[in-house]
Design a protein around this ligand. Structure first.
Ligand code: C2E
Ligand code: CA
Ligand code: CA
Length: 707
């Protein structure tokens, strides 16, 4: 089919192609490790190098297959062909370096590579071939499709192997280099079938080799290429040893592989992590190096499990692990420490910045939404970093990284923090509170206090707000500001909130038995917001204690509502369909809340204390309250003013038409028995005088609330 001359050039071209691919693996790996500021520069250089490589391979291929040349090359066309070579190189290098490889981006880059490949061929032909030729449409379409296919497979290969650092790194790269080079050659064979001569240079009408045979040959090569590729990928997925080599970076000396990796994510587990950490620390001690320990915790993973089920949670963890694994460098190590916690050990840390780049990549890796079993899932992660040996021995290091991670969470999640002295102090304090909170739950140290809400016009009791208190064994009665944040951080808030709800229902039930029809407001915390089962859960507790829906109203802070608008709207509609009432707490702190209010299906707004404190002093505050009350009334909402501390404030608020009042002026929060006593007194006096008296609200024992 080919002359000896052409087949030997073909072999050389195949070898040259394989060498070029091998070098390209190196380029991709180096780009992958590059700092963001150097990335563009390196990408340009590598694009040019790989472009030149491709250009030379095509040059050889042309020589191998074509027998008629012009003596004079057209340099202009050659330059255009070089441009197309660089375009192919760019498509491969840039796409292979992306953090994730969504299908559309893969297809676009594959198309770019395929069409540019065709461009190289056409312009080479124009530059080199004497005589005229015609482009045949059908073979061209077929050839371009083959080129796109080879492009896509090559991109996947480079993408997939860029962070592979197993024991047989070079053999794996060499193997795939040969495959890709075969793909390039096959593409060229297919291109050869696209032209037909119109001048007298070739007598058989075809300017190149017989198109049918060439095409057949091309197809066979492509088939071999594809099959080999698929078999290897498939094998890789099935064989745990290879999976281990592909996924694990720097997996040194793990005694028993089965004890050392997590069956779900295929990452090393806590055992392997500890072993690796010990070895890495020894290496640091010996060489005087440093390493960083990064604790990575997914934000809001639990609600994913709660809302979509554990199966989806598991699939999410697998994808997260893959993304983390490709975000770290070859010299790093990542393990799953359990649940939604991952730990990375970062080596070769010459400067703070080099860790920052990797850690930021880890955070960015989960920023793009996940699409799992038809659910679009958005999560983030918080990372705490401690440095060995600077931040202490190995034991201390773990605690420090953990403390830094909590600080990152506290600062609003989706970020990283380095361990420092300030965190150290805070972490000691937090550990203490954590233990105390655990005890508090076990020893039933929580209790509910109730602060009456009053109907402005008649002074009749409208109900009460349930407020959480902690009877601390040594510090006395604590209000939530001292412990709610810690409870959220340590994951105790669910239990506490649950307890509050049950206790509130019990109180309504008790009140009922005592002849009091009591309405209670219960505060929801920001965590509860994300729980898709919240409403069902509330309903089941209410049914258990025979509490009617109108006896409870749920307060949600405006700040949380505004920060999670879409979630909040969904939650609201669930509350509505369950006939449960919702109140927006601390209302008015955000400038756009008035317009926002229009679209919400809530029953009540609770003006923030800051408005109440201003109404008696400043005309402006009164005017704002006045406007809010009017708008709320237009929307059929009840307005409650909280933090009423003086009679002046009460009077000013009444002029605005504010429906209900709550504050120390009437009563501080009191225990349930005292609340009942207030109700009895109010009703007894009402029966005598026909009026409700403010003085009856004042709690019977003024020192009932101390902090
Ligand atoms: P909040 O919902 O805005 O509750 C009103 C707070 O204002 C209460 O503080 C109450 O004691 C206080 N207060 C009432 N009247 C006056 C007044 O006239 N002047 C002043 N200066 N303050 C007044 P507390 O009980 O310390 O609660 C603080 C926050 O803790 C609450 O703010 C609420 O967001 C949260 N919280 C309270 N109980 C619970 C609960 O059971 N679960 C959850 N998740 N959060 C709760
Ligand atoms: Ca409240
Ligand atoms: Ca409030």
């Amino acid at each position: 089919m080919f002359t000896d001359f052409s087949s030997s050039i073909m072999l050389i071209s195949l070898i040259a192609g394989a060498l070029a691919c091998f070098a390209t693996f190196g380029f991709v790996a180096s780009l992958y490790k590059a700092n963001p500021d150097k990335y563009i520069k390196l990408l340009s250089v590598y694009t040019l190098l790989v472009g030149l490589g491709l250009f030379s391979i095509h040059f050889m291929n042309m020589r191998a297959f074509n027998h008629t040349y012009m003596n004079e090359l057209s340099y202009f066309y050659l330059l255009i062909a070089l441009g197309f070579s660089c375009s192919v190189a760019y498509a491969v290098l840039h796409t292979a370096n992306k953090l994730t490889l969504p299908i559309y981006s893969l297809i676009i880059s594959g198309l770019q590579a395929g069409f540019s490949g065709y461009g190289i061929f056409i312009f080479f032909t124009k530059a080199m071939l004497a005589g005229q030729f015609e482009i045949l449409l059908l073979p061209s379409i077929l050839a371009i499709s083959i080129a796109v296919g080879v492009g896509i497979l090559s991109i996947i290969t480079f993408y997939w192997l860029k962070s592979y650092d197993g024991a047989h790194r070079y053999s794996v790269r060499a193997f795939f280099s040969i495959l890709i080079s075969t793909g390039i050659l096959s593409t060229h064979l297919a291109f050869n079938t696209c032209l037909s001569a119109v001048s007298a240079y070739e007598s058989d009408g075809s300017i190149l080799n017989s198109s049918f045979v060439t095409m057949l040959f091309a197809m066979v090569l492509i088939f071999v290429f594809l099959t080999a590729f698929i078999v290897v990928v498939f094998y890789d997925r099935l064989n745990p040893n290879i999976v281990k080599r592909i996924n694990f970076k720097n997996t040194t000396s793990v005694t028993n592989p089965l004890d050392s990796f997590d069956p779900l994510t295929k990452l090393p587990n806590r055992n392997a992590l500890n072993q690796h950490l010990q070895l890495a620390a020894k290496r640091c001690d010996r060489l005087g190096d440093s390493m960083a320990l990064a604790y990575i915790d997914l934000d809001h993973f639990k609600p994913v499990n709660d809302s979509f089920g554990h199966h989806v949670g598991d699939l999410l963890l697998i994808e997260v692990a893959e993304r983390f694994n490709s975000a770290i460098r070859n010299c790093d190590y990542i393990a799953r420490a359990g649940g939604d916690e991952f730990v990375a050990i970062l080596g070769e840390i010459d400067a703070h910045e080099s860790i920052v780049a990797v850690v930021q990549r880890v955070i960015d890796a989960v920023k793009e939404p996940f699409f799992i079993e038809g659910h679009l899932i958005e999560i983030s992660c918080s990372v705490g970093v401690a440095i060995y040996p600077r931040d202490g021995n190995l034991e201390k290091l773990k605690v420090s990284a953990d403390a830094a991670m909590y600080k990152a969470k506290e600062n609003g999640r989706n970020q990283f923090r380095f361990y420092d002295a300030e965190i150290e102090q805070a972490s000691d304090e937090m550990q203490k509170i954590r233990k105390e909170l655990l005890d508090a739950l076990e020893k039933h140290e929580f209790t509910l206090y109730f602060q009456p809400k009053i109907i402005s016009k008649t002074q009749a009791p409208a109900g009460a707000e349930a407020l959480l208190r902690w009877r601390h064994p040594s510090k006395g009665l604590l209000t939530p500001i001292y412990f709610i944040e810690a409870a959220e951080r340590f994951g105790f808030i669910d239990k506490i909130n649950n307890w509050v709800l049950i206790e509130a229902c019990k109180t309504i039930h008790d009140a009922d038995k005592n002849g009091i029809q009591l309405n209670l407001s219960v505060n929801l915390s920001r965590q509860q917001f994300r729980n898709a089962q919240l409403v069902d859960h509330i309903k089941s507790i209410m049914e258990e204690y025979h509490v009617a829906p109108q006896s409870l109203i749920f307060e949600i802070s405006e700040t949380h509502a505004i920060h999670n608008q879409s979630q909040f709207k969904k939650l609201l509609s669930k509350f509505k369909s369950a006939h449960l009432k919702v109140s927006i707490d601390d209302f008015g702190l955000h400038p756009f809340s008035l317009t926002y209010l229009q679209n919400l299906e809530v029953s009540e707004v609770k003006l923030d204390k800051s408005f109440t404190s201003g109404v008696a002093k400043y005309g402006s505050a009164l005017a704002i309250v006045d406007a809010v009350v009017k708008l709320a009334h237009a929307l059929n909402l009840t307005v409650v003013a909280e933090g009423v501390e003086s009679d002046d404030q009460r009077e000013a608020l009444i002029t605005t038409g504010c429906d209900q009042l709550q504050g120390y002026f009437f009563s501080k929060p009191v225990p349930a028995e005292q609340l009942f006593a207030i109700y009895y007194k109010l009703h007894a006096n009402f029966n005598d005088t026909g009026e409700f008296s403010i003085s009856d609200y004042l709690d019977l024992t003024p020192s009932s609330e101390e902090v």
